[in-house]
Design a protein around this ligand. Structure first.
Ligand SMILES: [Ca+2]
Ligand SMILES: [Ca+2]
Length: 347
């Protein structure tokens, strides 16, 4: 009987090697062609209710064994996946669920995911992606994939995560944004209560700045001094994006008060959403800064080597009675080592 099954499966195993077969959602008759490594659900080591899986191989980092490391995985749509990817799940090889976050979704085409993997040995590891659950209605995309995550979507500041400076001038809006507005010579901020970032970590945010009144300084990033802006304070914003105009973006890299300030040299527009990201290698030998997903600056001077920094969103008002507005859609923080593990789905 096993031999017969193998003979039946063999052609589909061969066909599965031809590629990804993108965007065929809805053509259910095609399942057999594209699921060569799939396993039926409900068996030992499988995920009950999910019809298909693929192995995701992760090549380890020569930096050593990694724990709770968040990797980026691009998933192309396969036959059997729901078109909005709500039914994808990631697990260990023995089907223990791993937290994942969908950063972006192109319906029926692809999604960019972040997955937190409990252990990635230097010699590598593998996990599984599951799909093919027609009755699954729950998108479990979650900030649990990161060390710090906030989407500011529930109109209530999470005081378990953040220390709040000048409450009332910083709030979550019905649009799902963190909104910072007028202050009176004071620092308005959310400061993450953890102090365990810096070298060996990355942060990313999507934010927007109003054009009104050049009266403030805004910073997002890793810091040495809680609730304090950079001016006059050694290294307060140590690895940060700084906006000090309408707008005027600069990367701010500061080690003990020795500052490297780097203009982004991009066309900046007020009232426009941008993403900003900083990655600092584990030795603190350089900081990589990304603007809207593209590497914008590599900084090797004055990079903090400590991994005991906090993460903060802050604005400071220069002029009494003046108004401005900043918005933040989301932020996250994850571990970052070089070289990064290399991830590949075995289609
Ligand atoms: Ca909230
Ligand atoms: Ca949001």
């Amino acid at each position: 009987m096993k031999k017969v099954l193998l003979l039946i499966l063999l052609p589909s195993l061969l066909l599965a090697q031809y590629g990804k077969d993108k965007g065929q959602y809805g053509q259910r008759q095609a399942y057999g062609r594209t699921t060569g490594t799939a396993q039926p659900g409900g068996q030992s080591g499988t995920l009950a209710g999910w019809a298909y899986s693929r192995t995701v191989s992760i090549t380890g980092s020569s930096a050593g064994n990694l724990t709770d490391y968040t990797v980026r995985i691009c998933v192309d749509s396969l036959d059997g996946m729901q078109s909005d990817f709500r039914d994808i799940r990631f697990t260990s090889q023995n089907a223990v669920l791993l937290p994942h976050f969908m950063e972006s979704v192109i319906t029926g085409d692809s999604t960019v995911c972040w997955v937190k993997v409990a252990a990635i040995a230097e010699s590598g590891t593998s996990i599984k992606i599951w799909f093919g659950n027609d009755t699954c209605q729950t998108d479990v995309s979650s900030g649990d994939a990161f060390l710090v995550y906030d989407d500011f979507n529930d109109q209530s500041i999470d005081t378990n995560l953040w220390a709040v400076g000048s409450a009332g001038q910083i709030e979550e809006t019905v649009d799902g944004y963190l909104h910072i507005t007028q202050g009176n010579f004071n620092d308005i901020y959310l400061c993450c209560k953890a102090d365990s970032f810096g070298a060996g970590y990355a942060w990313k945010t999507r934010s927007r700045y109003s054009s009104s009144n050049w009266v403030r300084e805004s910073h997002i990033g890793f810091i040495t001094s809680r609730g304090i802006r950079s001016s006059g304070i050694a290294g307060a914003s140590a690895l940060a994006i700084q906006n000090q105009g309408t707008p005027d973006f600069r990367w701010r890299t500061d080690k003990g008060g020795s500052l490297t300030e780097t203009n982004l040299n991009v066309t900046e527009a007020a009232d426009t959403w941008y993403t900003f990201e900083a990655r600092v290698d584990q030795d603190g030998s350089h900081a990589l800064y990304y603007f809207d997903g593209t590497l914008n600056a590599t900084i090797t001077s004055n990079v903090p080597q400590a991994d005991t920094l906090a993460f903060q969103i802050l604005s400071y008002n220069w002029t009494y009675g003046k108004t401005w507005q900043d918005w933040v859609d989301w932020v996250w923080v994850r571990k970052y080592v070089e070289p990064e593990p290399v991830v590949a789905i075995e289609y």
